[in-house]
Design a protein around this ligand. Structure first.
Ligand code: C5J
Length: 269
């Protein structure tokens, strides 16, 4: 079948002429960092030490869902061994959550979650040639008790108990890998005066990395906490950690231990 033609209107005429498409790019950028209030120094971060202004720093917990961490979920449907993720990253994530909550910082939890009518799930993601076979696709049930794969409201789509959101914390459903796509996250962060983001979650090279890169383009300073993130494929996690902090920290900072972040937040003055 011949590929469908894109409607002519989809081509931005200004882009065709090589002009800037966005009139006010700065309306998308992170707000300036807080210059007052407690400051948390992370001497162990790479490629260099970073200071987190606590008032304008948020913790973002990416997709700690049964769909990625438990058997019978979407990660399992994709053919991954899901049994090792939890022990690798949940203890670190718990440490970060406790420290952020103690400092009354903004905590954001994301869930990769589609509407039950699947209107926010494109065909490419659900039934395209690289998708799992029938019975293992988004919206289908792989295992009793988990409900429909990657659908908001299904038991398997919930965040795992040990890092579950507290009342009042932001829980953001995202239909994409990046948390900025179709979610309003950028506006939320701007409204809440956030300039710095501490990252934990799964999987390192997919939703965590994509979201960090989206945040970096928007001007947020990002810190990835190594023992609070995990991948099904260890060499991919190692590569992301290297990539993030390479070239002078092209995507942001990394730090090995959640405990070091917690200590810095606790002693921030
Ligand atoms: C994936 C994610 N792996 N949370 N999602 O598709 O990383």
């Amino acid at each position: 079948m011949a590929p469908k033609k894109r409607p002519a209107a989809a081509k931005a005429s200004s882009a065709k002429k090589g002009k800037y498409v966005e009139e006010d790019p700065e309306t998308h950028f992170a707000v300036s960092a807080a210059t007052t209030g407690p400051m948390a120094d992370l001497p162990a971060s790479l490629p260099k030490p970073v200071t987190l202004p606590v008032k304008s720093t948020a913790l973002i917990c990416i997709d700690f869902q049964k769909d990625f961490m438990s058997e019978g979920g979407f990660g399992h449907a994709l053919g991954n061994d899901v049994t090792k993720l939890s022990e690798e990253c949940l203890p670190g994530a718990q440490v970060l959550l406790a420290a952020a909550r103690a400092k009354k910082m903004l905590v954001i939890h994301t869930k990769e979650a589609h509407r039950d009518d699947l209107k926010d799930c494109c065909d490419m993601k659900r039934i395209g040639p690289r998708c799992p076979p029938e019975g293992k696709r988004i919206g289908e049930v792989l295992q009793e008790g988990m409900g429909r794969l990657l659908i908001d409201g299904s038991p398997g789509n919930e965040i795992v108990d040990v890092v579950k959101p507290l009342e009042g914390e932001v829980v953001l459903c995202k239909p994409g890998k990046g948390a900025f796509f179709l979610t309003g996250l950028n506006q939320l962060l701007r409204d809440r005066g956030i300039s710095h983001l501490i990252f934990c979650g799964v999987t390192t090279e997919v939703c965590v990395q994509v979201t960090m890169r989206e945040a970096n383009d928007r001007g947020y300073e990002c810190v990835l906490v190594e023992d609070a993130t995990a991948s099904y494929i260890p060499k991919f996690k190692a590569a992301v950690v290297e990539m993030v902090r390479s070239q002078g920290g092209i995507v942001g900072y990394t730090i090995e231990h959640a405990e070091d972040v917690a200590t810095a937040l606790k002693s921030a003055a």
